[in-house]
Design a protein. Structure first.
Length: 82
């Protein structure tokens, strides 16, 4: 089976940006960040925008426990994958 995902770069985190909201489709939004802290802040804003409790994912080196802890401590989601 071939799985395809359409990724589009967006910059706004608001209800007017359709890609910033939850989608049940193979379409994802890509946001650029200045650094790790900026990325966590953007992830936090996206989760808060449409209601806390959804899933969040952090792709990082398992030796970066400080990043895992920072991400988990900031995002209010039901499931956090690292």
């Amino acid at each position: 089976m071939d799985t395809k995902v359409l990724a589009g770069e967006v910059s706004k985190i608001s209800l007017e940006e359709e890609f910033a909201q939850e989608k049940l489709s193979p379409v994802i939004a890509i946001y650029r960040a200045e650094n790790f802290e900026d990325a966590v802040e953007k992830a936090h804003r996206l989760v808060e925008l449409c209601g806390a409790g959804h899933t969040s994912v952090l792709y990082t080196d398992e030796r970066r426990q400080n990043r895992i802890n920072a991400f988990a401590g900031r995002l209010r989601t039901c499931r956090i994958f690292d």
